[in-house]
Design a protein around this ligand. Structure first.
Ligand SMILES: Nc1ncnc2c1ncn2[C@@H]1O[C@H](COP(=O)(O)OP(=O)(O)OP(=O)(O)O)[C@@H](O)[C@H]1O
Ligand SMILES: [Mg+2]
Length: 253
């Protein structure tokens, strides 16, 4: 079981961003992707989610053997792929509680959804909120509206914890988080990790990887993965920056 991305070419506004991108995330593993600004990390996440602005020119993404390119974004989510975006959208007028409930029941069949009582739902929701130290009054607030950067990130981890996806791609979940929030989010990810989920964390900071221990670290450069290794690769990047990657793989084009 894996999320297998192969020979992926993606362009936006006629500019090719991902170039023969290959990455396989086996279920049960946590992978980190690091790389300089503009190298295509968020493009990867958006293309996989089925964002209409991103054109997939070539390649495939198999989720446990099933192709997800060509599916509508909600179908991709139903197959069990979860995305936490760098800039989460605000959804005025939709409370967090209703939003998450709709997402959770959308993945159930009718029988299970009818049997999922409000009491059971709120019990599960509050338990996760307590774990993530999200105050309960947040349930009544509109999704992300007026949230601080850190609150948005915690809310995304809450969604992920409630949805229990098969694969999760977390884009810059560390940006805008204070030190305590960083730890809470990282611990949220750590408590979710296990044999039934594959997780990709896109990050600029080795710091996050002190809390989330990746099995594999990938360096992305010029629209593809140029190097993969263990957690020590993140330490190397932190110490040396990306200059050596450019020397080894040529300037970005
Ligand atoms: N709508 C657009 N029109 C033109 N170019 C775009 C558009 N959206 C993204 N790009 C370009 O695509 C490239 C890849 O962007 P992307 O957001 O994937 O980078 P990233 O690796 O996530 O960077 P960061 O580390 O800063 O988050 C960038 O050069 C960006 O300017
Ligand atoms: Mg990005």
């Amino acid at each position: 079981m894996s999320l297998e991305i192969s020979s992926l070419n993606v362009s936006i506004a006629d500019k090719q961003i991902l170039k023969d991108f290959n990455l396989t995330i086996p279920k049960g593993e946590v992978h980190a992707i690091m790389g300089p600004n503009g190298t295509g990390k968020s493009t990867l996440a958006k293309a996989l989610a089925g964002h209409p602005d991103y054109t997939v020119n070539k390649g495939s993404a198999l989720l446990d053997g099933e192709e997800i390119f060509g599916l509508e974004p909600d179908k991709v989510a139903r197959k069990g792929l979860f995305m936490a975006f760098q800039y989460p959208v605000e959804i005025p007028g939709v409370s967090i509680a209703n939003f998450i409930r709709a997402a959770v029941t959308a993945r159930m069949n009718k029988e299970a959804s009818d049997a999922f009582s409000a009491t059971a739902y709120y019990k599960a929701l509050y338990a996760k909120m307590d774990e993530l130290k999200i105050p309960r009054e947040f349930t009544a607030r509109s999704v992300n509206e007026g949230f601080s950067g850190g609150e948005k990130k915690r809310c995304e981890i809450l969604q992920m914890a409630m949805l229990r996806p098969k694969y999760a791609i977390l884009d810059e979940t560390d940006s805008g988080l204070d030190i305590d929030a960083l730890r809470i989010v990282a611990e949220g990810v750590e408590t979710m990790r296990g044999p039934d989920i594959g997780i990709v964390v896109i990050t600029h900071y080795q710091r996050l990887l002190n809390y989330i221990k990746p099995d594999v670290v990938h360096v992305m450069y010029g629209g593809r993965i140029v190097k993969s290794g263990g957690p020590e690769l993140a330490l190397e990047l932190e110490a040396r920056g990306y200059g050596w990657v450019e020397k080894e793989f040529g300037a970005l084009v």
